[in-house]
Every structure is written in C-alpha cells, then in structure tokens.
Ligand binder design. Structure first.
Ligand code: FE
Length: 324
C-alpha cells in the first residue's frame, strides 16, 4: 500500500501567463489545453504533471502522490483516518480534472494539501518539449521532488514517515533540520526544510541530458534575477543543477545526473557537510548575507577536502557493464 512516486504538482498563482512562459520556454515542458483559469503541462507520456490554478496568492496548491491501485488507496485512507486525519474521497469530476482514476485528499499538519491517486491517464500523442530538450527523467521515479518549508518538522516527519510511509534517505540537524525522503529509486522525492516558514521551498525536475540543464542555464542567465542558485552539484543526490526563481517566488531546481539508489537496501544517516560539493551560490541573497557566505564557505571546504561524487557517466557505464 506504499506511495510509489510524486505524480503531479499543483501551483496557485496570479501570474498564469508568466508561468506559461517560464514552464514552456525555460523548463521545456509542453503546455496542454485546459481552458478557463487553469493551465497544465506535460513532461512525458502522462496527460499532465504541472497544474496551475489562477488565484490571488502564490504557492503550493497540492502535491499528487501515486499509489499502485484502489486497494492501496483505501488502505492508506483507513490508516490516516485511524490516526485522526480527515480524508476526503474526491468526486469523479475532480479525478477527471486530475486525469486519474481515483483520488483522495487530506491536509498535512502544516495545512499543505496532499492528494493520493491511482490510475493516471497517459496521452496518445508523444511528448513534445517546449524547447528542444532531450526530455525528463520520470517513469518509476516520478515527476521529480518537492521540498517544503516548515516550522514544525517533528510533526511533519511523523506524518510523512510514519503515516504515509516515506523512507528517510539522509538528514542534517544543524543549523536547522533538513530531512530527505525516498519513495522509489530517486534519492529523494520529498524533503523538509526546518526554516520556520510554510509552503513550497522548491520543486525539482530532472532532464535526461546535461546539455539541457546547461542550455537552460544560459537562458536563465539572460533574465535579471531569474537564477536563484548558480550551477552546482549537491552533496547527497548528487545532482548537477541550478535553481530558477519561479513567477510565484519559490524556486524550481533544474538538474541532471542523479544516480538511482536501492530503496530496499538503504539505511538513513546523518550528514554534516554542506549541501553542495561546488557552486549553488545563492544569488537571491545579498552578497554580504551570512547564510550565503556560510554556504559558500562550506562548499569551498568540501573542495579543499577533495570530496567528489561518482561520475554519472561512469555510473551509467557500470550499470551497462554489470548487465553483460
Ligand atoms: Fe532539490
């Protein structure tokens, strides 16, 4: 009855046309006709992955997590209700709007709307990217990852890990708690940042070629204020990515090259090094910001220690050689 992937994300925004331009021309998603106050975008054979709803505010509207079948959905609903969570079975009209067979929803302890679904619809026409990228790494790994702010990490940890069954991949405790969770072979499909705020910190989508990220970076650098974190490599994924400021203000991480993990043979561990092996300079913070300086110093220290991630190309070759 486990959750298997991040299926889709919903964003509420008063900036639909800016989002349409950003999603299509920078991220390379494919807009699909939705009409009215909604916009939807494809990343693969699914009918939609990113859904925008017109609103006065900006931020996360809902996360859509995938389960295998209606039986698993009912079992999860029972478990949530037994722990006092109010679960709503969505009417058929909403399931149709999400292009899924069956849908339940509820709120997490911070009030974020969580949807669980089964039976996603696939499109008959092939995915056509909004700019000429190679495509997105999705499939069994899902859409990517979502990272939430919280001032209430302990409650959310209990909720997502113990009730929904997310597995902790690794975590840091200082200067604030940071938890990464997997639900499949993606290093993390979900994370919590104990920043004291609420809502979406960023979501991540992964391309199938490094050049898609590099060419996206060139485009993002043409726009004043678009790049929030420079190109860099995370220590734990270890993905090569940059972060763009979305029209809603939160970030979108655009990356490539994260090796798959073995979700069944994994033991969670605490990390003490900085978040990045190199790069990821926080351009959205002032030059003299103590946070920006501290994170830059941590990356430089990681470099001084000669810490490297496995080369993704070698990693892929190892997989091919291992199969022969
Ligand atoms: Fe990320």
């Amino acid at each position: 009855m486990t959750i298997s992937a991040l299926g889709y994300l919903g964003i509420r925004t008063g900036r639909l046309s800016d989002w349409a331009d950003f999603s299509t021309n920078l991220l390379g998603m494919q807009p699909v006709d939705k009409g009215g106050s909604m916009r939807a975008f494809r990343m693969d054979d699914r009918k939609q992955r990113l859904i925008l709803g017109e609103s006065d505010g900006e931020g996360l509207d809902f996360m859509g997590w995938e389960v295998a079948d209606p039986y698993s959905l009912d079992q999860l609903a029972d478990r949530l209700e037994n722990h006092g969570v109010a679960v709503t079975l969505a009417p058929a009209a909403l399931a149709d709007q999400r292009h899924v067979a069956r849908l339940i929803w509820f709120l997490d302890p911070d009030g974020n709307r969580v949807e669980l679904f089964c039976g996603p619809e696939t499109a008959s026409a092939p995915f056509t990217p909004g700019r000429p990228i190679s495509g997105f790494r999705t499939g069994a790994m899902g859409m990517g990852h979502a990272v939430l702010h919280s001032g209430n990490v302990e409650s959310l940890l209990t909720f997502y890990r113990d009730l929904l069954g997310f597995q902790v991949t690794d975590y840091g405790l200082t200067p604030y708690p940071l938890y990464f969770f997997h639900v499949n072979a993606r290093h993390h499909s979900f994370a919590l940042v104990g920043s004291g705020r609420k809502g979406l910190h960023h979501f991540m989508i992964e391309t199938t070629a490094l050049d898609d990220v590099g060419q996206g970076y060139d485009l993002a650098m043409l726009e004043a204020g678009r790049v929030a974190y420079t190109l860099g490599r995370h220590a734990n994924d270890p993905i090569i990515s940059f972060y763009a400021t979305s029209p809603s203000g939160f970030f979108v991480e655009y990356g490539w090259g994260s090796p798959a993990i073995d979700p069944n043979g994994w033991t969670a561990f605490e990390t003490t090094e900085g978040p990045s092996l190199w790069g990821h300079d926080r351009l959205h913070l002032a030059e003299d910001s103590p946070t920006r300086r501290r994170l830059k110093d941590m990356a430089l220290e990681t470099g001084r220690r000669g810490r490297r991630a496995p080369d993704p190309v070698c990693h892929l070759l190892d997989g091919v050689i291992g199969r022969e």
